[in-house]
Design a protein around this ligand. Sequence first.
Ligand SMILES: [Zn+2]
Length: 290
Amino acid sequence: MTGATIVTFPSGAVVESAHVVGVHPAEEGAVVVLDRTPFHPVDHTWPDQPGDRGALRADDVEVAVTEAVMAAVSDEGEVAIGAAIPVKRGAEGWTWLVGHRVETVPAALAAGAAIEATVDAAYRAGLSRGHTACHLASLALDLAVADLWRKDPGSDALGSPDFEGRANQTSFIHPDGSVDEYRLGKSLRKAGFDTEEFAGSLAEREQRINAQLDAWVASAAVCRIEFDGDTIVDRRRWVCELPEGTASILCGGTHVASLAEFASIRVSLDLSDPQLLVMTTTAVPAGSPS
Ligand SMILES: [Zn+2]
């Protein structure tokens, strides 16, 4: 069949001229594959950031893209879309594609057609702020609980004890925010984390995180995406030049170019289930009325 989709979102693109490679019927809406795309798809194994929305236009015909998704074609020609992909991202024997889910498929979107692919830039910007805020909140959380470890759990991207890596169980990003869940069970206690002391000082920990986030937003630190190649399964890293050091985290998502794009980032911690910490992160974009 064809080569892997070339992706241009890592360098910030939201519009591309492209050609239709194929259209695959699917229950939740047909999926259009292009030779290159600015659309960032939701990951099929760790669906933390929703896929981009936008539109595909061929001549005078425009169709809405409801969500960009991962797609893959096996060497035997089997096409799999989104959560139905039976292998891990990047697995050998598969060609990796970005699918654009559409509600209708006009004849103008046939294979070979020249089209313009346009991402909903406001929605993308909100997700990029939400994802960057999510990383910063996690790093600030690791710092704010660093004194609660009696054993070394390994280090995060800033060299703090890696609470995030040990306890994070789910992460959901939305425009201008995220919700992260952390498992505070027996295995975390065995790993040397003082869950009782944490529960007894929750409000103070939350204050520490928010003070750290205020400082990072005030630093207007520069962030970038580093990538090893231009397919969807090439490794990408979020890199941010924080005052404490350069943080580099493996991450396939989209992010802001500078922390100056935020007016503020705040978290709230919820421990109503003592085994499950829920951290809710809320970002306010710079320049928005307060
Ligand atoms: Zn990420």
